[in-house]
Write a protein that binds this ligand. Sequence first.
Ligand code: ZN
Length: 159
Amino acid sequence: MVSIDQMVKYTPVKIKKKTVKTVKSIRLVKAVYDTDEFGKHQKAMFKVIATTVPRKVTIKMYGKTDAPYIRRKSWVHCSCEWFTFFCEYALARRRSSEIINSNGNAPVENNPRQWPYVCKHIIATFDRIPKVKFKVPKIKPGQEELEFFMKEIEKYIPS
Ligand SMILES: [Zn+2]
């Protein structure tokens, strides 16, 4: 996995300095603490509007929550075509994304060196992360667990 500052470092200057200015609005959709096969993480989902349809951006940050966010190993995804054809494969190879919209073939022409860079929508959301308040999801126990706990509790109730 690569960190956010590595993704920024590899992103072409043209994207970072120019096209990112076309981003008109960023709306936080969801921000939660979560766990998946790579471990515990903080997940932020955004709706980003630039020149065309709204794009869905997801950022998951792993590792210690008190570390500077740009240093944390991260997983990212954007629903735009540029991300699909230039970034998805190169990032998925490093477990920093997943093959969702591309056909899973290496981007031989678009990103032959497979640098782990990101699109303008993702670059634009990185600055928002320090202000995001992540929520701890409420855990509802399943029926089986509930019955187990009830039996455990009953043991302590004098009959
Ligand atoms: Zn994008």
